[in-house]
Design a protein around this ligand. Structure first.
Ligand code: PLP
Length: 502
């Protein structure tokens, strides 16, 4: 394909993408293909001769779109959103054009420098304390990772190395040092809760450290409280385990609960004072709900200033902040913690700029070596929407969640809210007939979930809280408007009434 061919193909592709968005409502939210559908439609070998773009493009509608679940559909109320916006798509286009493996500053200075700058912009928008700014007092800063899972793994590696540095006696060397490290590693435990995202457990598995999930309580709204953490820390000490890492969450996956940051801070201070050798590293996972921090009222309500006492913070712009996957924005209070844990030099990567020590080489802040130009789409989104536009979007979709919850409350004969509305997420279930057992309510709610999803007009997912099955209704997708949430509610009401009748 030459430049003229690219021009024609690109125009035609962009027209098709615009058409896709403009007519997305006419499609079923969830793909209905059978497993293995695509193998039946595609040849068994790659073509021997190149094909014209017009033939290739036709297969998008004919073969690919049937197998797409439409995350940008206004009836998508499942999981959390996976954002897109036109400015962000343009960022992806330029990033593809300027492709490079920009692991060192010299590999493309603009890639590194724009990332540092836009992550400072974002930190300020989110109300993060100065210690997370690249220009802040503690040499902090931000880096874009592929996912919140990569972010927690990166933080945990840094935490492990920091803990070992601080607690293994400095005068040991050789075998004695290796033995002391091996012994310590066998006692080190990463803490999370039963509602923390599974990525923390996966990081502990990858790093070969112990993992402990602290049970959270319904009376704490399924969040981690100070006393519950204090008890878990005491249990660890009694078992001679060494907690070195804790994931706290702002917006848990099941219910969007927010852990008690003040309680966590005080429980940890009683265990090992902040800043003392062997302190517990706290990573704040705000993968989804962190987007709402662009609103000052959310910063105040969540006490986000307390993150100054934590060690790392991560939020996914690609969930609820209008930026295409992948843009997980990870901040650390002191970038040396990353650099010391993750720098492995090899002669081939040496260069004068890095040796001069005046530049950031982001390969030292992440697990992969190569990295692409992800900050372009972040820059385009922040500039195109502006702080006001982002706030308006978060407030609009949060309000949709509140409207939905108020309609549920108006039908106590059918529905009961289990949690929320919290950050555009409400978890609810069917009440059933008077005297229904928990099992019967669970079965009714599951039947309702399946019934509304079978319509193809909406998609909700579910969770189980203390043995009770609930439907999660999320209203954060950019294309979702009030009329869509009303339609979803009416679908739920109609299906619930039918189920009760039968
Ligand atoms: N943390 C929370 C609170 C989440 O809800 C999710 C996914 O929904 C993740 C982490 C994992 O995100 P990622 O897919 O970016 O690894």
């Amino acid at each position: 394909m030459d430049s003229n061919g690219f021009r024609d193909a690109a125009i035609s592709s962009i027209e098709e993408i615009i058409g896709y968005y403009d007519n997305i409502e006419t499609r079923n939210v969830v793909s209905t293909v059978e497993p293995g559908y695509l193998r039946k439609l595609l040849p068994t070998e790659a073509p021997a001769q190149g094909e014209p773009w017009t033939d290739i493009q036709k297969d998008i509608e004919a073969k690919i779109l049937p197998g797409i679940t439409h995350w940008q559909h206004p009836g998508f109320h499942a999981f959390f959103p996976c954002a897109t916006s036109y400015p962000s798509i343009l960022g992806e286009l330029y990033s593809a054009a300027l492709s490079g493996a920009c692991f060192n500053w010299i590999c493309s200075p603009a890639v590194t420098e724009l990332e540092t700058i836009v992550l400072d912009w974002l930190a300020k928008l989110l109300g993060l304390p100065d210690c997370y700014l690249s220009t802040g007092p503690t040499r902090g800063g931000g880096v874009i990772q592929g996912s919140a899972s990569e972010a927690v793994l990166t933080a945990m590696v840094a935490a492990r190395e920091k803990y070992l540095r601080e607690t293994v006696p400095a005068d040991l060397d050789g075998d004695a040092r290796d033995d002391a490290i091996a012994h310590k590693r066998s006692r080190m435990v990463a803490l999370a809760t039963t509602t923390t995202h599974s990525s923390t457990k996966k990081a502990a598995i990858i790093l070969g450290v112990r993992f402990m999930a602290i049970p959270v309580r319904a009376e704490d709204n399924y969040a981690l409280s100070g006393p519950v953490l204090a008890q878990a820390l005491a249990d660890c000490r009694a078992r001679n385990l060494e907690p070195f890492f804790l994931t706290a969450t702002l917006g848990t996956t099941d219910t969007c609960a927010v852990d008690d940051f003040a309680g966590i801070t005080s429980a940890l201070a009683d265990f090992v004072p902040a800043g003392a050798p062997g302190e517990v590293w706290v990573h704040l996972d705000a993968a989804y709900a962190g987007a709402a921090l662009v609103c000052p009222e959310v910063q105040a309500a969540t006490n986000i200033a307390l993150v100054a006492g934590f060690h790392s913070f991560d939020m996914n712009m690609h969930k609820w902040l209008l930026t295409n996957f992948d843009a997980s924005c990870l901040y650390v209070r002191n970038r040396e913690w990353f650099v010391r844990a993750l720098t492995v030099n090899q002669a081939v990567y040496g260069n004068a700029a890095s040796d001069g020590g005046l530049v950031t080489d982001y390969r030292e802040w992440q697990i992969p070596l190569g990295r692409r130009f992800r900050s372009l789409k972040v820059w385009f989104v922040l500039r195109s929407y502006g702080a006001d536009g982002l706030r308006a979007y978060i407030r609009r979709t949060t309000k949709l969640g509140e409207d939905f919850a108020s309609w549920l409350r108006a039908r106590p004969d059918l529905f009961e809210i289990m949690t929320g509305p919290s950050f555009a997420l409400t978890v609810f279930r069917m009440v059933g007939k008077p005297g229904s057992s928990e099992d019967e309510r669970n079965a009714l709610t599951k039947t309702l979930c399946d019934a509304v999803n079978a319509t193809g007009r909406m998609w909700v997912t579910s969770t189980v809280l203390n043995g009770r099955f609930g439907i999660r209704m999320m209203t954060g997708v950019r294309t979702t408007e009030k009329e869509h949430v009303e339609a979803a509610f009416q679908t739920l009401v109609g299906a619930a009434e039918e189920i009760l009748k039968s």
